[in-house]
Design a protein around this ligand. Sequence first.
Ligand code: FRU
Length: 937
Amino acid sequence: MKTIKAMKYTKWIVILFCLLGMAACRQDAPRFRIGVAQCSDDSWRHKMNDEILREAMFYDGVSVEIRSAGDDNRRQAEDVHYFIDKGVDLLIISANEAAPMTPIVEEAYQKGIPVVLVDRKILSDKYTAYIGADNYEIGRAVGNYIASSLKGKGNVVELTGLGGSTPAMERHQGFMAAISNFPDVKLIDKADAAWERGPAEVAMDSMLRRNPKIDAVYAHNDRIAPGAYQAAKKVGREKEMMFVGIDALPGKGNGLELVLDSVLDATFIYPTNGDKVLQLAMNILEKKTYPRETVMNTAVVDRTNAHVMQLQTTHISELDQKIETLNGRIGGYLSRVATQQVVMYGGLVILLLVAGLLLVVYKSLRSKNRLNKELSEQKRQLEEQRDILEEQRDKLEEQRDKLEEQRDQLIQLSHQLEEATHAKLVFFTNISHDFRTPLTLVADPVEHLLADNTLSGDQHRMLMLIQRNVNILLRLVNQILDFRKYENGKMEYTPVPVDILSSFEGWNESFLAAARKKHIHFSFDNMPDTDFHTLADIEKLERIYFNLLSNAFKFTPENGKVTVRLASLMKEGSQWIRFTVTNTGSMISAEHIRSIFERFYKIDMHHAGSGIGLALVKAFVELHGGTISVESDEKQGTVFTVDLPVQACIYETSSLEGSPASSVSEASPLNDALPIEEEELEKNYDSSKPSVLIIDDNADIRSYVHGLLHTDYTVIEAADGSEGIRKAMKYVPDLIISDVMMPGIDGIECCRRLKSELQTCHIPVILLTACSLDEQRIQGYDGGADSYISKPFSSQLLLARVRNLIDSHRRLKQFFGDGQTLAKEDVCDMDKDFVEKFKTLIDAKMGDSGLNVEDLGKDMGLSRVQLYRKIKSLTNYSPNELLRIARLKKAASLLASSDMTVAEIGYEVGFSSPSYFTKCYKEQFGESPTDLLKRKG
Ligand code: FRU
């Protein structure tokens, strides 16, 4: 936006600059351009040229360019063309020779350029104006002068100008006309001297030789005349004759001086009149009236008037000189004026430029101020938002901590629940064992009694009732025992080739009576032309089927429907058998459906049963590598769907025992014991309780110690030294109990390694051993063990030792957490170094407001979790809390000792905003930083 504005201003300034520049240069563009094509280059021409230029100064905007052809027709033609091409407004031409120059002059004239002929003419009337003396008249005046000087008798020789030029022609004609009146005056010889002295001398030389008596020499100009005089003087005849020339120019070596020096007897004025030539040209250009022909007068100069003439011409030339000087001064003045004008215009431009720039700067400053204001407002809003976000982040972190705590508690609860369930199962198992013998002892006699035909009808009915209920009890007891077996991974799986279709059809008969009794419509559909042969544990399959159908009949009201469908399908490229058991009239809510297969889960008090039946069904289905699911809605009722993979019947019946089970059980997740154990540990890890790692290769010992500790501690188990080290690194427990004698890495080595690792060196280790030899004890302490207990040990002693070690470590944590130094005797060197390093790191980096635990962990060579557990275990504070406390303590000391403002101190110690700093400070110290400053005074 700003750039566009600046560009706009700059554009206007440039335009202004150009206009002013043009105005400053205006006077340089001429109004009229005049070209002068002179035929010769001599003093007469120089005088005329000077007069033209001098006169031009009196006109505004006139430029005059003069070119001289040096008596050469071709050069003069070029000069005329040059002026035509240049586009002059007017041409002044003195034609070298009339004939060759006529077409050139006509060309210029026909192109519309006004042409002024001076002194010499052409052979055409295609010109604008002529100005010059009357050469015929001059010739005549010379003729009369010579004739009268010779008193009407004598021989005359004539030396002419260039034969083709009109003055030469006319001067001759005028002369001849004059002497024709004097019969005794004779022109005895004539030669072309081409207006110059050299050719004149040569021509005169030969004429002297040819003519013994010459009385007068008629020279066409004052350069030819001294040439002739010189030739006569050479032969001593100069006194015999008179010499007459034309031009009568003043100045050294010119006609006037030659007369005064008695070289010439007379000369006739041939006026240059350059001033008049230019005046005529200007009249034409300025469209004023002008004469087409201007004829200038002539006069004779001889000894009688030469002196006066010289005085006059000297005076004139002095005046001319003065005019020149004046002109020079005027020129100087004009050029100064022009310079001053340029300077003035330039100054004006610069002034305007500066004014324009000032305007731009002023406008940009104004918009900058406005932007600054907007920016600071935005910054303030952003800072507010950042404060809010930081506060929210802290709150979220707190919430996360709380949630993690709750999760741990939930895990703990579920763990406890699991344990309760387990205990229930153990209890039921034990009870079931106890029940089975007496129940068998009841069932067997009842069977015997029922075989007695002498029984009365009532007795028989009662005994049947007893038998039915004993069977129910036995079934329940067996279910519990089976489930226990399943949970312990001891349930057998004995697959045999089974035709599921015929098996189901057979088993269906058992339910026909129930169907009839409750008026339930029982139907069985199977996919026609389908092979339902597979390998299955027939007994467990039967229990699955009976359980599902019994439930269906149990929960279907009178006149309801129970439907079984049997089908075959393809899943992920393999063959499966699916059967569904559907019953109407009962509806299980979504909430119950989720847990229906959990053991001991009962929908409500109205649903009878132990709650183990469906859990067992699920277990049996999974034993076959299958799946079971349930859906329930009011429209279709409740549908149980069982999918079983079809297994090819490649085994002989006799060889089925044991081995085939492995193919199924291998796929079963039950065998994947180790990962599940660790996964469960992760899930159940209760970080609110201190944790103890038990390393022992004896499962009974582990289980015993686990039993002792699990109420107060989170217990982690490891079956050997290397697993122990791995888990210690992973969980960083609060205490480790390790057996000494173990295969692989023994307890002492294990302890030594743990104490040499940064992550674990702070963890107290209790070594347990069956051997109480002093030597081993010493080895144990050398390895860094914190305590040593010999087997058999008293559980009280172990518990007390565990508690003491953890407590003393806690005290240490609290001590350090208060910000003091470590208790030297209680902490290993590595931990002291670690803590010192961490403190130094915090000190060095606290100024960085973006610093986080991840970064700190990286600098300390630990993961975020490892650093958290290590720091928490050593100091009772999380790394974040320590960082904040360190920042606030540093801030407190700066407040007390420096002159920095509250905001500066906040930034200095790494708070990203002063307001958030003030808030945290107040929370930590109970007063705001400003209160402290006030107190400080
Ligand atoms: C100068 C000049 C004069 C002469 C005139 C004739 O160039 O030679 O001496 O009078 O030209 O055109």
